[in-house]
Design a binder for this molecule. Structure first.
Ligand code: ATP
Ligand code: MG
Length: 412
């Protein structure tokens, strides 16, 4: 069974039990565009308890919002993971006093459920059994004219939930849609207030935006809507030269973990400490933070590759991020010849791995055997020996031990 078939089945089960049930939101939009939806969402007049009674396996994922996840059979095409569909009771959102989320929700009708959604193209329902579209917000016309338009009064809608400003950029980018003038003006007016939104939600939208193939359009929109200043104030001085940043965005092929690379390209003008501050502010994962700041740092360092000491260059060349670092440098060179990149590629090709990353001549145990205690000096000694090894000054264990004795007269 495919995810789609399972989503049809769930609608049928609900309808057969006498409830209204419709596909809702993003999946309707994607199907109308001929795209395969990421996931299917169902909206229904059944209450959460009623949904839970109708299906064998469910998880109340958003009990306060009436969202129940229905668990289906395993899907061999996805490593045996279970198919899932989210079933949410039609609802309208109460007031938004914090600019982020509704104070309360009340269960309601499909019309009202459409009205609480963000953009017209995201606000449609589809009955997969009857094959009928339910469009209360003019989403179909906007989809046909490639327009992103807020549902209702755009100022009010962006004021309710400021994340919608960034969602507007992300969704317009993804489909290459124009943003309706009133919607754009309201987004721009509200952009400075994006800072009330949690950094995690902002980062999630940025991840989706920057890893999308249309990301160059996206970074222009970020600037034009005025989101750079509140989200990435470090980049404000770059805005007059934004064409360079946008152009770089074109050059990356995107894989599953390319967010740190693309983000490093976006902020290529800042230094490593600033990159770390940004990563912490946006609550990047540790893996994202360390890869992204490593790239930012070595984006400068590697320019001197041909004249660098081997002990400085080799660790960079054997780092797991080296392919990304070279991709970043090629993007920075914008199609021009980049001698330092060519140099690195040549070294990587011509040098055996055991020369680039040889077995250490000494380990901590060797130093302990000499009667030394682990600590800052201990580490400094090991680092000095490693450096000399990579620079070709020390070739054997005896050389290394002699160096240790010379550096640390008290030992052995
Ligand atoms: P994607 O394919 O990226 O998942 P999506 O449109 O499904 O796109 P989701 O974030 O999964 O986006 O949201 C599902 C639906 O919920 C949207 O289509 C929209 O109708 C509604 N929605 C999501 N976020 C908001 C929001 N901040 N304000 C109002 N409605 C929202
Ligand atoms: Mg979705």
């Amino acid at each position: 069974m495919t995810e789609r078939e399972f989503a049809v089945e769930c609608v049928r089960t609900l309808q057969n039990a006498g409830f209204r049930a419709l596909w809702a939101g993003g999946c309707v939009r994607d199907e109308l565009l001929g795209l395969e939806p990421n996931d299917y969402d169902i909206a229904t007049d059944a209450r959460p308890e009623q949904v839970q009674k109708l299906f064998r396996r469910t998880i109340a994922v958003g009990a306060a919002f009436g969202v129940i996840e229905v668990i289906g059979p395993r899907d061999p095409s996805r490593g045996g993971e279970h198919l899932t569909v989210e079933v949410a009771t039609f609802r309208s959102d109460g007031t938004y006093s914090d600019g982020r989320r509704p104070d309360s929700v009340v269960f309601s009708s499909p019309e009202e459920d459409a009205a609480r959604r963000d953009f017209t193209i995201n606000g449609m329902f589809f009955d997969p059994i009857a094959g009928q579209l339910h469009d209360y917000v003019g989403g179909r016309a906007d989809l046909d004219s490639h327009t992103l338009r807020a549902i209702g009064d755009p100022f009010a809608r962006f004021a309710e939930d400021k994340l919608r400003v960034l969602r507007a950029v992300r969704i317009a980018t993804r489909f290459h849609f124009g943003i309706d003038d009133d919607t754009f003006a309201a987004a721009k007016a509200m952009a400075p207030q994006i800072t009330v939104v949690s950094p995690e939600r902002i980062a999630d939208e940025l991840r989706k935006l920057l890893t999308h193939p249309n990301r160059a359009v996206g970074v222009w929109l970020l600037r034009d809507v005025g989101l750079i200043e509140p989200i990435l104030p470090e980049l404000v001085p770059e805005q007059p030269r934004w064409d360079r940043t946008a152009e770089m965005m074109e050059s990356f092929r995107v894989g599953p973990n390319s967010f740190p690379l693309i983000f490093a390209a976006l902020i290529h003008t800042v230094d490593r400490p600033a990159a770390e501050v940004i990563a912490e502010r946006l609550r990047f994962s540790n893996a994202e933070k360390s890869r992204m700041s490593w790239l930012v740092e070595n984006q400068r360092v590697l320019l001197d590759a041909p004249t660098m000491r081997p002990s400085a260059l080799k660790p960079i060349l054997v780092h797991p991020g080296i392919d990304e670092l070279l991709a970043l440098h090629r993007a920075l060179a914008r199609g021009q010849v980049a001698p330092h990149v060519e140099f690195c590629e040549r070294v990587l090709q011509d040098t055996p791995r055991e020369v680039l990353d040889p077995q250490p001549l000494l380990t901590g145990n060797d130093l302990k055997a000499l009667g030394m205690r682990p600590g800052p000096d201990f580490k400094r000694l090991l680092d000095a020996v490693r450096e000399a090894q990579l620079d070709g000054e020390l070739r054997t264990r005896d050389d290394a031990l002699a160096r240790v004795r010379a550096l640390s007269p008290g030992s052995g």
